[in-house]
Ligand binder design. Sequence first.
Ligand code: PLP
Length: 475
Amino acid sequence: MSRDLPADEFRSAMHRVADLVADYLEGVGDRPVLPAVKPGEVRSVLPAAPPEAPEPLDTILDDYLRVIEPNLTHWNHPGFLAYFAITGSGPGILGETLAAGLNVNAMLWRTSPAGTELEERVCAWLARMMDLPADFRGHINDTASSSSLVALAAARHRLPVDVRVRGLSGRPEVPPLTLYASDQAHSSIDKSAIVLGLGQENVRRIETDDEFRMSVPALTRAIERDRAEGRLPMAVVATVGTTSTTSVDPVPEIADLCARFGVWLHVDAAYAGSAAICPEYRALMPGIERADSLVVNPHKWLFTPVDCSLLYVRDPALLKAAFSLVPEYLRTAEDSEVTNLMDYGFQLGRRFRSLKLWMVIRAFGVEGLRERIREHCALARDLAAWIAADPRFELAAPVPFSAVCFRARVEEDPDRFNERLLARVNAAGPVFLSHTVLKGRYTLRVAIGNLRTERGHIEQLWELVGRAYEELRGE
Ligand code: PLP
């Protein structure tokens, strides 16, 4: 081989890769969602030592087809209804491919002028689509876990304790900093508290009401108690679309409370934020425009391949003050005129993620994206109606968006029965669901978010659930 793949070999391999991806996407629905593979099986067919001599690309791609593709859980499968189902759509895959070809690192404007300015523009587009204030400034991270960490570091920087310079350890004069989120908030919030040095015991998990929304009276009491006992409330995380049930915390009341106590408001809209592009779903999220920071993941429900998480902040100067650190070798002549994306987080290097989101938004159009989100929510409502009408089952939570939580009603050991029900449905092949525990009870969860999921798949799922129920009752 020359220094890199010769151009003609690269071109023909790229054509083969295009065929592999297109064939995969075309046929993915015919496979079982979960592979029939045991732990360690893939490892056992991979050679322990890397090849010393170059191998032909066709051989490597043959192995990809033989060993890799069949041994994956198929996230692009229309029956993938677990966690938050996602799709790397065609336009998104093309954008990702182009970004790989360019391989730019958009740490500075100089290192990627179009990468920087496209990111700024695309973030402004999505803010507009979500009806967020024009002064929200966005940038792209890999995941919501990173976005929330960065946002909460900015919240910490706003406190009069100068952690950036002085750290937290060995400072008895600094009170414990506290963080508030509902008992339904995502675990990434606790991880942020771990990384930021707050400690897990300073995360207050606030109780939720019957519909899994944060209790504002309980939040008020928690903040007041912490203040009275000498702790320093740092931030409240309100979730818009919680991971288990997609419930929406009462953001307007939480925003009032944050304003009253001078506490940062971070909104975790990682999943449901995408639905805000539809006015009727945006109306379910009043108050998000009052956030100090907000995260939304186009890689969850805006058909953009993993990874792509947008963090919006109201005060970019504060975020920059929390993170900007410019060594001499990264200074450029135009620093005062441009955005250098490295200034807005802990990472220096960054992938060109805006390209795929730009392609998705343009190729579907905002109306096309709205249509797909509406279709997912309509399918979820249909499923919820079937469950509600069937005396064998019950809905476990309201269905504001595209996820449905339900369980079988049985007298004897319902948790064990529902666990077995889930295992049986998943073992059938055409669908994959996940579970959660709500108010102490085992619950099945269907999340609709895949572009290929149609009504027929949801009907098939419902049939499988009914059949598995009858089989288990008969055993
Ligand atoms: N926030 C919410 C509400 C989530 O549901 C999830 C993941 O499902 C996350 C944050 C974490 O997302 P990521 O995997 O992008 O870190």
